[in-house]
Design a protein around this ligand. Structure first.
Ligand code: BDP
Length: 724
């Protein structure tokens, strides 16, 4: 099946590379006897990967022949290695999940050691990835994670559908319980293997819009089954909980978090769950948002709600409550010029800073709205000083073409993580300065080590053989693991790694696919919504251009476009919504001024005439037109660039991608023309280059003949170039 192996293909290395490998290895020593240990899995992975790459099958051994480990790959924890008589003096400090690799040619052996069993598995993958990329020179490295929280969220419903999932049905659930059809276990194990290979250590297995039935005895058994399958890969599972479970499932009169019977109910059900899943990651909660029940329904604070779960989890170990900050009131009056959904997270959570228990982590979407193509980094990260925080990315492409478009997100998220809040506060009383760049704030290696910060994403793989619904979308899955481990990594290097592992070592393939990925987000932004305009989508499906809807959605406060001007004044000026004031003062100042506001966010923060001149000398409207043409042209070129790779990639995967790029090239033209026509109609300012209305490169459906089809009038008119 296309894509099932993801980046774990281990395609045979070319002969010259194989011959250059300087060691003559004969076996793998696995320093752990338990078949459920990640060390055991690491041994098997090394055996499988090495054989595929190098053509040599190494024997697995669980004991040492000699103290020098010659001719072998030794895999295990540093502790087990020391116990077996190994010399650990050269191994640098390792954190939990960290690893050390040393392929020592003189000593004729390779060491792959982890601080814990999970780290050993990560090291095994790292070693194989190095070989798979054609590098057979000496490896001597160690690596530690930025943070212990590296979780994916699956928005899987128990009926088998996936909210905002674009790759088939849930691999876990069907008809209200665990899937039991053929292939289920294999898929879950393979998913865990992919996660482990990019050092992801947690997976939340049901939708944030959770129903209470995840906690029935039958589903607890299902959770046990999933956890048992994923545990050998070092992946722990967590679940999303519904706040009203005590009343809906438990039959109590209320789900008030301060009610003693409710507290008892959560304590008991949590204990029961731990019997099934002793290493439960914890709970995720979406409370008081978009129709989900939460503590405020009972007149309690969000902190009281979060702490209810925290205290139920606390006696059982290190379970966390991932409490989502995606709380907003959809009923606020959109005609109120101060109403701004952007402000909601800070408004709700800032006053609660310091009120959360130690095992509560507030899970914050990377931007203040909702996974748009461009947003400023959420100001909440700079407002919570005494609260654990995790960032929430979304690697399924809800607002970015839903995996029919190729949009590689690592460059976007690099920018988000590099954002500097320039918050030169005085630290928090211990004399140490607070870090001010988001990636430093989220790092556990900053001076503020007491806190527990980290990384999550909405991944939404499904049972499609490609996992993400598009071969190229796997680059996003891959990059999440890399960025969560080391947020300073260069997105291009991540892309190159993924391309080599997925499509092989041919330089032309590497160059073409890497360039394509690296330009993809900017191209998509160009034809969908540049300058911070965002959300010109169909507001229900979040797919396909529908600017007229975006225009009126929420009372028109989305893009605020009229006949003469466009954009949302979110400055701290009297005319603005005041959103910019949620940032530390230097950042507020930067966003408030049209001169210093980054132009890619200009219309996010400012309402300006279409004729306002940008730094490149163009008017806003001309730049808007041009960006739509540029974006669509980029995708159009991809089609020929990809065609030139025919023969360098196997036909099945080549054709698969070619088909989707052609589709995207066509859809980009639709986006381009719909949006340009819409703005042209609003402001009646002509495109300097006379393209708008002429729809270059377009073949009209109404000019074609197709049996069984007839042409119809379209409304609004921008949905079809000729109105038909
Ligand atoms: C929005 C999605 C919606 C999710 C919500 C959330 O459209 O389906 O339930 O986010 O994050 O982006 O809770």
């Amino acid at each position: 099946a296309i894509g099932f192996d993801g980046w774990l293909r281990y395609d045979p290395l070319p002969e010259p590379i194989r011959r250059a490998f300087p060691l003559s290895l004969s076996h793998i020593v696995v320093l752990d006897h338990s078949p459920t240990s990640p060390v055991h899995v690491a041994g098997q992975e090394l055996q499988h990967g090495f054989e595929k790459l190098m053509g040599t099958r190494l024997a697995l051994r669980s004991h040492l022949e000699n103290r020098h480990f010659a001719d072998s790959i030794v895999v295990g924890t540093t502790e087990a290695f020391a116990a077996a008589g190994g010399d650990t003096s050269r191994i640098p400090h390792l954190d939990e999940d960290g690893f050390y690799i040393d392929s020592h040619f003189k000593e004729g052996r390779v060491l792959v050691l982890g601080r814990n069993p999970r780290g050993a598995l990560y090291g095994a993958f790292e070693y194989l990835f190095t070989l798979a990329q054609g590098d057979v020179s000496r490896v001597a490295c160690s690596s530690n994670p930025c943070s212990p929280i590296r979780f994916v969220n699956e928005w899987d419903n128990l009926d088998g559908s996936i909210e905002r999932g674009y790759a088939g049905r849930s691999i876990f659930w069907k008809d209200g319980h665990l899937r039991d059809d053929e292939g289920t276990d294999e898929r879950i194990k393979q998913f865990a293997r992919l996660l482990a290979s990019i050092r992801i250590n947690g997976c939340v297995v049901n939708n944030v819009n959770a129903g209470p039935t995840i906690l029935t005895p039958e589903n607890m058994r299902g959770l046990r089954h999933i956890a048992n399958l994923m545990r050998p890969y070092g992946v722990r599972i967590g679940i999303c909980v519904n706040f009203d479970s005590p009343s809906v499932l438990g039959g109590l009169a209320t789900s008030d978090p301060c009610d003693s019977l409710v507290i008892k109910w959560w304590n008991e059900i949590t204990s029961e769950l731990y019997v099934h899943v002793p290493d439960l990651l914890g709970f995720t909660s979406k409370g008081d948002s978009e129709g989900q029940p939460g503590p405020m329904k009972y007149g309690r604070t969000l902190a009281e709600g979060a702490n209810l779960f925290a205290r139920a989890l606390q006696p059982h170990g290190d379970g966390l409550i991932m409490f989502r900050a995606f709380v907003y009131d959809p009923t606020v009056d959109p005609t109120d010029p101060k109403a701004d959904r952007c402000k909601a997270a800070v408004d709700w959570f800032k006053p609660l800073d310091g009120h959360f228990d130690d095992n509560v982590v507030v899970q914050i979407k990377w931007g203040p709205i909702d996974f748009q193509v461009r947003e400023p980094t959420s100001p909440l990260f700079a407002n919570l000083k005494n609260t654990n925080m995790a960032i929430e990315f979304q690697h399924c492409q809800e607002y970015m073409g839903q995996q029919t478009h190729t949009v590689y997100m690592a460059p976007l998220f690099k920018g988000v993580l590099d954002f500097d809040f320039r918050d030169n506060g005085n630290g928090d009383g211990d004399g140490k300065p607070t870090p001010t760049r988001l990636r430093d704030i989220l790092s556990s290696s900053t001076p503020d080590r007491r806190r527990l910060h980290g990384f999550t994403t909405v991944l939404n793989v499904g049972d499609d053989s490609t996992w993400m619904g598009h071969l190229l979308a796997m680059a996003n899955f891959y990059s999440f693991g890399r960025q969560a481990w080391d947020p300073a990594l260069d997105p291009r290097l991540i892309a190159e790694e993924w391309v080599r592992l997925t499509f092989g070592l041919h330089p032309k393939v590497l160059q073409t696919v890497t360039d394509l990925l690296m330009g993809s987000w900017s191209a998509f932004e160009g034809y969908s919504g540049p300058m911070g305009l965002q959300s010109l989508f169909d507001v229900e499906t979040h797919y396909g251009a529908n600017p007229a809807q975006a225009d009126t959605h929420g009372g028109g406060h989305w893009i605020r476009a009229d006949a003469t001007s466009i954009g949302n004044d979110r400055t701290s000026a009297i005319t603005g919504t005041g959103f910019s004031a949620q940032y530390p003062p230097l950042v507020t100042k930067m966003f408030d001024s049209v001169k210093t506001c980054p132009e890619e966010l200009l219309l996010w923060f400012h309402h300006l005439p279409y004729t306002h001149r940008l730094k490149n000398g163009k008017t806003i409207i001309q730049h808007l037109y041009d960006e739509h043409y540029r974006g669509a042209a980029v995708i159009r070129r991809w089609v020929t660039q990809w065609a030139a790779l025919k023969g360098l990639i196997d036909d099945a995967r080549h054709d698969y991608v070619a088909f989707r790029l052609e589709y995207q090239a066509g859809h980009a033209i639709v986006w381009r023309d719909v949006i340009n026509t819409f703005f042209n109609d609003k402001c009646h300012i002509e495109d300097e280059r006379g393209r708008v209305g002429n729809h270059p490169w377009r073949i009209e459906a109404e000019d074609m003949e197709l049996d069984g089809y007839e042409s119809v009038e379209m409304h609004p008119k921008e949905l079809a170039s000729g109105g038909k």
